[in-house]
Design a protein around this ligand. Structure first.
Ligand code: SAM
Length: 220
């Protein structure tokens, strides 16, 4: 993973959960008849624990993983330790940490996008392994219509580093941006894409365009 994340988390991170993720988990909880048995969630890229805290409050059993030790240090202080286990690890190693078919849900709120395509594919393959049959993978990432795509230094098609023109990506290391066709292809290799949505908004009086893909996938 990009070591810049340890440096970023030294300076702190937001504490409020992502709204689309809250909706997804609350809908799951309402629809799941045996929630007490089927409530194991992996917060993949917990950062400083903003989403982890919400998951615990909603009654999920949470395993929170991040490769940045600084992020996990903040998350541990922010989230109640009850029903939560924190692990510092690179996403590419998760299939060797958790048993096959362990989780009901894996959630990635803009964490996996900050990797190269080779690593993203290795991570998605591992997520598929540790999910239960019919388990769900929630993942949000950035589309090529987001300010930042095509700027900075190109590492490969759709992947850039040292982007300076956007507050989201400035000093935040690697970012991969997807077209819809590519996202459907990459996620579709490992999962059935159940729903594919776009969350588009602008910020700073229209200067920043943020176009996010929100995918809900089911293990094949
Ligand atoms: C943009 S932050 C999002 C944090 C959190 N999901 C949130 O919504 O607040 C991305 C996080 O993913 C972690 N991350 C990215 N790639 C990783 C990898 N390959 N292994 C472990 N952690 C990684 C970073 O350390 C960082 O904390």
């Amino acid at each position: 993973m990009d070591p810049i994340w340890n440096k970023i988390h030294k300076g702190g991170w937001g504490k409020y959960p992502n709204e689309a993720l809250v909706r997804f988990l609350c809908r799951y909880k309402k629809a799941e008849p045996d929630f007490k048995r089927n409530n194991k969630v992996l917060d993949l890229g917990c950062g400083a624990g903003a989403n982890t805290k919400m998951m615990v409050a909603e009654g999920f059993k949470v395993w929170a993983v991040d490769g940045a030790g600084e992020a996990v240090r903040h998350a541990k202080a922010f989230v109640s330790q009850k029903n939560t286990k924190f692990i510092v690890a690179d996403f590419v190693d998760i299939a060797s940490i958790f048993p096959k078919g362990f989780f009901d849900i894996v959630c990635d709120n803009v964490s996996v996008y900050t990797n190269t395509v080779k690593n993203i594919e290795a991570i998605l393959a591992s997520v598929a392994k540790i999910l239960k049959k019919d388990g769900l993978f929630y993942s949000s990432c950035f589309s090529t219509k987001t300010l930042g795509c095509g700027l900075g230094k190109k590492l490969e098609s759709g992947t850039f580093i040292d982007i300076r023109e956007s507050v989201f990506f400035k000093d935040r290391g690697i970012a991969h941006f997807y077209t819809e066709k590519e996202a459907r292809k990459v996620y579709g290799k490992f999962f059935t894409v159940q729903s594919f949505d776009v969350d588009y908004h602008t910020e700073f009086n229209g200067q920043n365009t943020v176009s996010m893909f929100v995918l809900i996938c089911r293990k094949k």
